[in-house]
Design a protein around this ligand. Structure first.
Ligand code: 4AD
Ligand code: MG
Length: 429
């Protein structure tokens, strides 16, 4: 029996197994808050001849000890409680390092392996779970095929400055994948509409609240799809995830104190700004901004603050985008789009139409100072039946952060790897 299923067993005897979340006593009554991963419920144990043994066990309990409780489910306030008749100790926890006091983020991050038991962290990771479910639902409904790209890659997809190199003594170095895009482009010629949800790696040497070194990206690639159709699919995708999460994870969002009205009003179509128009808005607020350059985090926040919906910026200058981006007829511009989240959550999605002309692509590869021989397999995709295609990548943690209203993207992933702190979990003593 799980705590989440108690509503099906009112007035019936049940057996629950879980961790002691909190303990309280009042005269001859003991209150155990029991946590089993699916919820938290109060177990009430009253002293009597029959419960004498259980009462003795209760006196020895510490926070996070593991117990088995038997008792009858009763309605209580808006939920349920257990009138306990028996209690069995499974294991005793040593003094638990996390309490209700303010610990500070460093301490909590070092104890992430324990911190994930706390109510808010648990709620965030449940929302993440629902987002991932919604992603698969959306693509399955749209007849996309899931294609899992490799993690070891021979080339840079998103510029060489953020590559993680993996050195081996038995073969040439490889890189951890920055994006599965090029592999999805190959798969799109085989399956038409494809997507992936995979870990990606960026050696971003900046500790902002939006950057992780290892994050999960959901990418899609569609044959016979142009920039505009790409944006329409992206907005439909984002709204479908939000609708699903509002339905399936309402309780978790409430636990996080999220203002649901801000999410409920997100609807298609999203506002769409040409890069030039976005620059006009920016220059009004920040005369230092140089047209032709990429947007920084503060610029993105300025643009997104103009709307209460996510906003697309499209047709960025080619010079600030990757080599594969198709060039616009207007020289210097690319058929790219970024989706910026409301409330200052920054770039959620990056995407665009891909260059289909082999010779233009070769020039772009040279212009970006990449080695053409590494990209010959990618050029094959233009040699053997080139086709208009577009795609995008959604940063899963950015979406989790926005939907949960988090301060920092490190809270949106179970075990964050961020710049400037030790990668691995610390023992508590
Ligand atoms: O804009 P990016 O770099 O686009 C690509 O990688 C394309 N190849 C995707 C595609 O078209 N298939 O990254 C996509 C998204 C960003 O919009 C952002 O949400 C997220 O990935 N992202 C990060 N999230 C957390 N930490 C980082 N360091 C991130 N870098 C990008
Ligand atoms: Mg981007």
């Amino acid at each position: 029996m799980f705590i989440s299923d108690l509503s099906n067993s009112v007035n019936q005897k049940v057996k629950l197994t879980g961790w002691v979340y909190n303990l309280r006593s009042s005269g001859k009554i003991r209150f155990i808050l029991l946590r089993d991963g699916t919820g938290i419920t109060q177990c009430v144990l009253e002293y009597s001849e029959e419960t004498k043994n259980a009462f003795g066990v209760c006196e020895t309990l510490t926070q996070e000890s593991v117990v088995e409780v038997q008792g009858v489910v009763k309605k209580w306030k808006n939920g349920f409680e257990i009138q306990a008749s028996d209690l069995r100790l499974i294991s005793t926890s040593e003094p638990y390092p996390i309490s209700k006091k303010e610990h500070g983020i460093d301490f909590l991050m070092n104890h992430r392996h324990l911190w994930m038991r706390s109510k808010k962290t648990h709620a965030v990771l449940r929302v993440r779970h629902h987002i991932i479910h919604a992603i698969h639902n959306f693509f399955n409904y749209k007849y996309f095929t899931q294609i899992d790209p490799p993690i070891f890659t021979p080339t840079a997809c998103e510029g060489t400055s953020t590559l993680f190199e993996v050195q081996m003594d038995f073969m040439d170095s490889v890189y951890l994948s920055q994006s599965g895009q090029m592999y999805l482009e190959a798969a799109s010629a085989a399956f038409n509409q494809v997507y992936c949800l995979s870990p990606t790696f960026r050696a971003e040497k900046s500790s902002t609240r939006r950057h992780l070194m290892e994050f999960w990206m959901c990418e899609a690639e569609m044959a016979f799809c142009d920039l505009n159709q790409n944006m329409v699919l992206i907005e439909e995708f984002i709204v479908s995830i939000i609708q699903y999460v509002l339905k399936s994870a309402k309780e978790e969002l409430n636990t996080l104190g999220r203002d649901l009205s801000l999410l409920e009003k997100i609807k298609t179509p999203f506002p769409k700004l040409h890069y030039d128009s976005a620059c006009e808005h920016l220059i009004k607020k920040n005369p230092q901004f140089i047209k032709g350059s990429d947007f920084g985090g503060a610029d993105e926040t300025l643009i997104s603050s103009l709307y209460d919906q996510p906003v697309f910026v499209h047709h960025y200058p080619s010079q600030v985008k990757a080599f594969y981006m198709k060039q616009d007829n207007r020289e210097g511009y690319s058929l790219s789009c970024d989706l910026l989240a409301p409330e200052g959550y920054g770039e959620l999605v990056g995407g665009g139409q891909r260059e289909t002309d082999k010779d233009v692509l070769i020039k772009a590869i040279q212009h970006h100072q990449l080695d053409q021989k590494d990209f010959e397999w990618y050029l094959d995709l233009r040699r053997y039946g080139s086709f208009v295609h577009s795609g995008f990548g959604l940063g899963v943690e950015r979406l989790v952060s926005w939907l949960c209203g988090l301060d920092h993207v490190r809270e949106a992933i179970p075990f964050p790897r961020v710049y400037g702190r030790k990668f691995f979990e610390q023992p508590s003593s």
